[in-house]
Design a protein around this ligand. Structure first.
Ligand code: AHR
Length: 306
């Protein structure tokens, strides 16, 4: 008969507490810090042990971090893979070692490793949908006419790939919506500032910014203001995440829209582990619900901003 795909997955013995490895990507932005805090808070609440590593922006270090978790015999691994391809060996080695692994927030190349077969599940946002929603709000606000500078996230990461795709998919039906320049700012504020400055000098005709995260957006806003331009007037801005600075910029009219990307993974991740330990089936894709934040609803969101 047919063997269900999940039959290949490492099992998790039911226990009162687990030793959980969390392999973080980097800690250079408020989103990452909030994600880590959410994991630490949940571990503490449950009295589970958390083995935390920070790859400091290096996929090679992140692979080594997962190897050390395997060597330490953690019960389960939560991996936020920096890029889609370089983390494949980490996923496969955990499987081979019999340690169940969950992908948290970012994905890996689905042609090389599959949810429900090579790792238990992906838990996170629908990044394609985030890009589509940013495009939809921007297109409506600009009546389908914009010359757009796009600040791309980390090259080779699933949020950069999918946020670019979702945005492009939406605007292809609106010929007046044109991306005039697109370049990576690596999800980092100061790189966003530098890259925006260069792109805007080359494309002074730009009327909009689509940025794959709030940190790069805040960098770009600094560059706009340094150039004597008014964000929200001279350039209309669409962003993603929901940091405190970006939420304030929505309040101030500098940013048109922030599509939320919720970093609070602790409760969902630990609940999935608990269920998996009880032998319950985990759906291969557990998708977070994200809100669309604009001037209309930003005030009620502010207390949650990080
Ligand atoms: O993977 C999610 C993205 O990674 C967030 O949008 C960004 O801020 C973080 O670095």
């Amino acid at each position: 008969g047919l063997r269900p795909a999940f039959a290949d997955l490492p099992k998790l013995k039911e226990k009162a507490t687990y030793k959980v490895g969390f392999a973080q990507t980097e800690s250079n932005n408020p989103w990452r810090l909030q994600q880590t805090k959410s994991m630490q808070d949940e571990a503490k609440k449950r009295g589970w042990q958390l083995v935390y590593t920070d790859a400091a922006g290096s996929a090679a270090k992140q692979v080594a971090d997962v190897r050390s978790m395997i060597a330490q015999k953690v019960d389960v691994i939560l991996l936020a893979p920096r890029e889609e391809r370089p983390l494949i060996p980490a996923v496969m080695e955990a499987k081979k070692a019999g340690i169940p692994l969950f992908l948290i927030d970012r994905g890996v190349d689905p042609s090389l490793a599959q949810a429900g077969k090579d790792y238990v599940a992906f838990i996170g946002s629908d990044f394609v949908q985030e890009g589509r929603q940013a495009a939809e709000v921007l297109t409506k606000a600009m009546n389908g006419q914009a010359k757009i500078i796009e600040l791309v996230g980390t090259v080779g990461s699933s949020p950069a790939n999918d946020r670019a795709k979702g945005f492009a998919d939406y605007i292809k039906d609106y010929p007046g919506m044109q991306v005039v320049a697109s370049q990576s700012g690596d999800f980092v504020r100061d790189k966003g500032r530098q890259v925006f400055e260069t792109l805007y000098q080359a494309h002074p005709e730009a009327t909009a910014l689509y940025s794959h995260n709030d940190e790069m957006t805040m960098g770009a806003i600094a560059a706009m203001e340094a150039a004597g331009k008014v964000p929200g007037k001279d350039l209309i801005i669409a962003s993603i995440d929901g940091t405190k600075d970006a939420a304030q910029a929505v309040m101030d009219g500098k940013i048109l829209v922030v599509v939320e990307c919720n970093p609070n993974f602790g409760p969902a991740a630990f609940e999935a582990i608990e269920k998996y330990g009880k032998g319950e089936h985990i759906p291969p894709h557990v998708v977070n619900k994200d809100r669309v934040l604009t001037k209309e609803n930003i005030e009620s969101y502010l207390p949650e901003a990080y």
